[in-house]
Design a protein around this ligand. Structure first.
Ligand code: FAD
Ligand code: EPU
Length: 336
């Protein structure tokens, strides 16, 4: 619980940006968190998990608090489900593997997503047809101002595509301490999304299991997403934009091969990676900032790019997509 001063955050963000923080400490439970926050309530704070969804654009003139709350507990079960509580500082993928080992189903499509349990709910992480929203039961979070623990049920969280109340209405007001998931005792397989079926065939899977789905998802992800341990990145830099049907019909006439997904509300979601690739950015590199050659939605730091260089590149991409398609991309990564 020691407070360090003037340290580099490079090891703590997967973009590998070398920004400094004035103060840095980690906490293992709500009590430690409270005792760190109380005497420093005037300082700006940044709660950090695995640092896999942030872009640091400048030095941080405040206190960075790294969440190290651990523990995975099976709380109880009913006929269909098991209820499992995980500390916010648990690594998400390790949690997924823990569940798969015990045959607790629901998390398998979310394999290999970097980061920790805490941010996974704040971000409502999603991949291959599943979102946290689908398995979330409740969570406990620390109310920074009122210095008390508050329980949030699923309805309280306002989950939407990569959204929750913690990113908007309650931004910077709560620290997520732990999350409880409702996991199936009998799996309901979800293999319809993307290349999962194809990958399962390639793997010559005879009997479908949640482990097989997890392995397939890991293989697909590894084939196109850069490993942050080798090259700096924070996954998709932008969200896939949603447009109304009238705008979609105009675009479809101009760009017949546009990649899109119909939504239940009648709107269309566009593949931002496709839009960015069409603007010629895929594989682009300037200095150490670039756009991934296998997935245009991912911006990368080859070695020593600054956060500002990555941010400026994202702004150029955003403007060129706006100019070509009249679609405004929204950043998915949290800019600090
Ligand atoms: P951090 O980057 O540490 O924090 C993210 C935000 O959450 C910050 O604003 C931070 O202040 C806040 N925060 C963190 N912990 C807490 C807490 N305990 N309480 C309150 N606020 C908190 N995301 C997807 O949805 N789907 C994907 O398929 C996916 N693939 C990825 C692939 C790669 C290669 C990478 C690098 C990233 C990918 N991501 C994906 C993004 C990222 O993994 C998720 O957003 C993840 O949940 C971030 O977790 P983290 O612990 O690293 O968060
Ligand atoms: N595409 C291109 N060019 C590219 C990239 C994509 O044309 O360079 C087109 C292709 O047609 C491809 C389609 O876009 O089939 C979709 O691409 P992909 O399957 O890679 O998924 P995505 O929409 O780019 C989203 C999430 C990912 C998540 C995957 C799988 C967002 C912003 N991103 O990416 O999440 O893993 O689906 O479900 O929704 C993340 O959030 O960091 C992330 C990686």
């Amino acid at each position: 619980m020691q407070i360090q001063e003037n340290i580099s955050l490079k090891p703590y963000n997967t973009f590998g940006i070398d920004a400094k923080t004035k103060f840095f400490a980690s906490f293992k439970d709500a009590e430690e968190l409270g005792s760190l926050l109380t005497p420093h309530s005037k300082l700006q704070t940044l709660i950090l998990g695995g640092g896999s969804n942030i872009l640091l654009t400048k030095d941080f003139d405040g206190l960075v608090l790294k969440n190290e709350i651990k523990g995975i507990t099976e709380l109880h079960e009913d006929r269909e489900y098991v209820y499992v509580k995980a500390g916010a500082g648990e690594n998400w993928h390790q949690f997924v593997l823990h569940c798969i080992k015990r045959n607790w189903a629901g998390v398998e499509n979310l394999s290999l997503i970097p980061g920790n349990v805490g941010a996974s709910s704040m971000q409502n992480i999603g991949a291959y047809g599943v979102e946290i929203d689908d398995l979330f039961w409740d969570m406990e979070a620390w109310h920074i101002k009122e210095k008390k623990i508050v329980t949030f049920t699923k309805n309280d969280c306002g989950f939407a595509y990569r959204e929750s109340v913690f990113k908007r209405k309650y931004k910077d007001q709560f620290v997520i301490l732990n999350v409880t998931y409702q996991l199936r005792k009998k799996p309901r397989f979800n293999t319809s999304y993307g290349a999962i079926e194809q990958e399962l065939k390639k793997m010559e899977v005879k009997e479908l299991t949640i482990k097989a789905i997890s392995d397939a998802v890991i293989a697909i992800r590894s084939s196109k997403l850069p490993d942050p341990a080798k090259i700096g990145n924070a996954g998709s830099f932008f969200k896939n934009p949603e447009i109304n049907n009238a705008q979609f019909l105009i675009l479809k006439t101009q760009f017949p091969t546009i990649v899109c997904y119909p939504l239940e509300n009648g709107n269309m979601k566009l593949a931002a990676g496709w839009l960015i690739e069409q603007c010629g950015w895929k594989g682009f590199r300037r200095g150490d900032a670039g756009c991934h050659a296998k997935q245009a939605l991912v911006l990368i730091n080859y070695a020593n790019a600054s956060g500002t260089e990555i941010y400026n590149l994202s702004e150029e991409i955003l403007q060129s997509v706006k100019a070509k398609f009249n679609v405004m991309l929204e950043r998915e990564v949290n800019i600090v």
